[in-house]
Ligand binder design. Structure first.
Ligand SMILES: [Zn+2]
Ligand SMILES: [Zn+2]
Length: 136
């Protein structure tokens, strides 16, 4: 295996789930929607959008649930870490949770989404574009 191959790796908190993606990310954002907040048990859930086709689970398989119509989220069945988000409207793409990736520093977010649902005391302290709903 050559060392110059694109490779992004990540996993859950307990180590049961490990994955890799061999393509470059397409976007990095921070979601404030209610469902992401519930899933993360935090005020935001940062995510990185990748092409879905090269995602490989090298260890373990996440569990899945439909968080809304056409949306599948996965998580580790052992520790509960959120792993991915995928929407039927765009099956070629998958969002991986930024902090689940091994090098979160490498994926600096460039926008916020669903700020219409954010927690009132969660103050956005950067100058990034902030969309009330999804990014258009
Ligand atoms: Zn786990
Ligand atoms: Zn969200």
């Amino acid at each position: 295996m050559s060392d110059d191959k694109v490779r992004h790796t990540g996993g859950c908190a307990c180590g049961a789930i490990r994955y890799r993606i061999d393509e470059e990310p397409l976007a990095s954002g921070i979601c404030h929607c209610r469902t992401c907040r519930k899933v993360a048990s935090a005020t935001t859930l940062p995510f990185v959008t990748f092409p879905a086709r090269t995602l490989v689970y090298e260890q373990g398989k996440p569990r899945a649930f439909a968080s809304s119509k056409g949306v599948v989220r996965t998580f580790c069945g052992a520790c509960g870490s959120p792993i991915s988000y995928q929407n039927d409207a765009d099956p070629a793409l998958i969002d991986m949770m930024t902090v689940g990736l091994d090098e979160p520093d490498a994926y600096r977010p460039t926008f916020h989404v669903w700020t219409s649902e954010k927690v009132a005391w969660d103050v956005i302290c950067d100058e990034l574009p902030a969309y009330p709903r999804g990014r258009t």
